[in-house]
Design a protein around this ligand. Structure first.
Ligand SMILES: Nc1ncnc2c1ncn2[C@@H]1O[C@H](COP(=O)(O)OP(=O)(O)OP(=O)(O)O)[C@@H](O)[C@H]1O
Ligand SMILES: [Mg+2]
Length: 454
C-alpha cells in the first residue's frame, strides 16, 4: 500500500515521498499515533504533526479523495480505491496492491525479459528489484539540484558509470535511495549492494549472477552480459572498503584490483545500464576513465546549505536566526548536524545561541567519524593536512611551504589525493584557487598527535 501510494505521488508530482512522509504514512496505516511515529523517527511530535497535515493534503490532491482526518480514515480510503481491471488496472488484496496498467508503469511488467503474464506485478518487482541492502534513511532536506544533475547524466546523457563522492554522513546513501525511486521506471533490473564487508570481485559477481539469473539456467556468463542486454541499475555502496588505507587515495587493496577491470568494461561497452558507485574516495581507474570519455562521471556531494534548517526544525532546536551559522560551521553535513543537535539538546536545552557562544568548536561524537577518514591517510597527506589546519584562510599551492619536507611533486600529489578524498575544499580567491579545510576537520586535525609530531 505504501509503495503504491508512493508511486502515485511520484507519478503525479515528479517527487518521491521523503522518508518522514513514508514513516508517517506507514505508521498511520499500522494504527500508530503521532507521538509513537515521532519517537520511532527521532523527530519532535510537533514536527510530525506539521508534516503529517501537509501529507494528508498532498494525498488528498493526488488520490482525489478527501483525507482530512487522516489518522482515522487513511487506510479505509486507500482500500476503497478499488479500480476495475479495465479502467485503472489496480487490485487491492489483503492490503497488498497489485498494479499492472499503463497509467502506473512498472518496468518489470513492461519490459522485463522474465515477466510472465500470469504473475502479479508485485512479484515481478520483487524479483527484478533487489534493494534489501539499501537502508531506510531520513532525507527531509531536499537536494533538487543534485538529483536533477544525476538524473540528467544517467538518463539523458546515458552515463554508464557514475561515482557519488563525499565524506561520511554527507548523505550519499540517502540521495541514492531517492535517485532509485526517481529512476526506477527506466530499468528492468535494479540491485543495491554494499561493499561494507569488502567482497572480492568474484564474490560480488557470483552474488549479482544469483540475482540476475534467479537460480535459473541462463546463457549469460557474467553480470556484464545482463548489463549489456537489459537496462540495469546497479548501486554499489561503501566502495571505499575495497580501497587501501595509508596510501594515496583510490588505490585498491591487494587482491581487489580486478574491480578496476569491471569498472572499465561497464564504461567502455555500449549499453543502456548504469553502475552507480557511492564512495568516500575516487577509485584510481575512475579518474582515468573520466579523462578518456564522457561515459564516466563523478559527482561530489556538497553540504546541505540553507535546506539544513529543516534538520534544526525537526530536532526542535531554538534560535532560528543562528541556524545558518551552525549549518555553516558543520559544513551542512546532515549526520554531523544531527549529532551536534543531540549535543545541543542534551547540554543547552536546544539553544543554538548558547552552544555557539562556547569558545571552542565542539566535535563530540563527530570525532570518531573523522578518525575513520584520517586513519586512511598516507604520511605525505598527513603533513599537508597539518599545514592546512594551521592556516587562517585558504592558501594557494603554487609551491610547497618550507615547513613541509616534501618535493614539489610529492606535495602536489598529496594535495590532489586529499581532493579525491573530499577532505580539502577548493575556493576561488582573487581569481586563483585557494585550498582550505572545513572548520570541523581543521579543529580535529589540530588536536591529533600525528599532526603535532609533524
Ligand atoms: N537530505 C537529507 N536530509 C536530512 N537528513 C539527511 C539527508 N541526507 C542524509 N541525511 C541523514 O544523514 C545521515 C547520513 O546520511 P547517509 O547515510 O546517506 O550518508 P553517507 O554519505 O552515505 O555516509 P557514509 O559514507 O558513512 O555511508 C543519515 O542519518 C540520514 O538520515
Ligand atoms: Mg552511505
Amino acid at each position: 500500500m505504501l509503495q503504491w501510494t508512493g508511486d502515485r505521488v511520484l507519478a503525479k508530482t515528479g517527487k518521491p515521498l521523503d522518508s518522514l512522509q513514508r514513516a508517517i504514512l506507514e505508521g498511520t496505516l499500522q494504527g500508530q499515533k503521532y507521538p509513537e511515529i515521532a519517537k520511532n523517527s527521532n523527530v519532535s511530535h510537533d514536527y510530525v504533526k506539521k508534516v503529517g497535515s501537509k501529507l494528508w493534503k498532498l494525498l488528498s490532491d493526488v488520490l482525489e479523495e478527501d483525507i482530512k482526518i487522516a489518522q482515522s480514515n487513511v487506510r479505509s480510503i486507500l482500500e476503497k480505491i478499488e479500480f476495475s481491471n479495465n479502467s485503472h488496472n489496480v487490485q487491492i488484496c489483503n492490503g497488498n496492491i497489485n498494479v499492472w496498467g499503463e497509467n502506473l508503469h512498472s518496468p518489470a511488467k513492461r519490459r522485463s525479459p522474465s515477466a510472465g503474464r500470469d504473475n502479479s506485478d508485485k512479484v515481478d518487482r520483487e524479483r527484478c528489484h533487489d534493494l534489501r541492502d539499501a537502508p531506510e534513511l531520513n532525507w527531509s532536506c531536499d537536494r533538487p539540484q543534485a538529483l536533477a544533475t544525476l538524473k540528467e547524466w544517467i538518463i539523458e546523457k546515458n552515463t554508464r558509470l557514475v561515482t557519488l563522492l563525499g565524506l561520511s554522513g554527507i548523505g550519499k546513501t540517502a540521495l541514492a535511495v531517492q535517485l532509485v525511486q526517481l529512476l526506477q521506471d527506466n530499468y528492468d533490473y535494479i540491485i543495491w549492494r554494499s561493499l561494507e564487508n569488502s567482497p572480492t570481485r568474484s564474490d560480488l559477481q557470483t552474488n549479482l549472477m544469483q540475482f540476475f539469473s534467479q537460480q535459473q539456467a541462463t546463457k549469460f556468463l557474467s553480470p556484464l552480459d545482463y548489463v549489456r542486454s537489459h537496462p540495469c541499475l546497479i548501486i554499489l555502496d561503501d566502495v571505499q572498503q575495497i580501497l587501501a588505507s595509508r596510501e594515496l587515495a583510490g588505490e585498491y587493496q591487494p587482491g581487489y584490483e580486478d574491480y578496476g577491470t569491471f569498472f572499465k568494461q561497464v564504461t567502455e561497452f555500449p549499453h543502456k545500464s548504469c553502475l552507480l558507485l557511492l564512495s568516500w574516495e575516487k577509485p584510481r581507474d575512475i579518474a582515468t576513465l573520466e579523462a578518456a570519455q564522457g561515459k564516466c562521471r563523478s559527482f561530489q556531494l556538497q553540504g546541505l546549505g540553507a535546506s539544513g534548517r529543516e534538520i534544526c526544525k525537526e530536532r526542535g532546536l531554538t534560535d532560528p536566526d543562528k541556524w545558518l551559522e551552525l549549518i555553516h560551521l558543520y559544513s551542512g553535513n546532515p549526520l554531523w548536524l544531527n549529532i551536534v543537535a543531540t549535543m545541543i539538546i542534551e547540554l543547552f536545552n536546544g539553544s543554538v545561541a548558547e552552544f555557539l557562544s562556547c569558545p571552542t568548536l565542539c566535535l563530540g561524537d563527530v570525532e570518531p567519524l573523522l578518525q575513520k577518514h584520517c586513519q586512511r591517510l598516507s604520511e605525505s597527506e598527513k603533513q599537508v593536512m597539518f599545514w592546512l589546519a594551521s592556516q587562517e584562510v585558504a592558501v594557494e599551492i603554487s609551491s610547497p611551504p618550507e615547513t613541509i619536507p616534501l618535493s614539489p611533486d610529492d606535495f602536489f600529489t598529496a594535495v590532489h589525493s586529499l581532493r579525491r578524498r573530499c577532505l580539502i575544499d577548493k575556493v576561488a580567491a582573487n581569481g586563483r584557487s585557494g585550498f582550505t579545510l572545513q572548520p570541523v576537520i581543521k579543529e580535529y586535525v589540530k588536536h591529533q598527535s600525528w599532526a603535532r609530531s609533524n
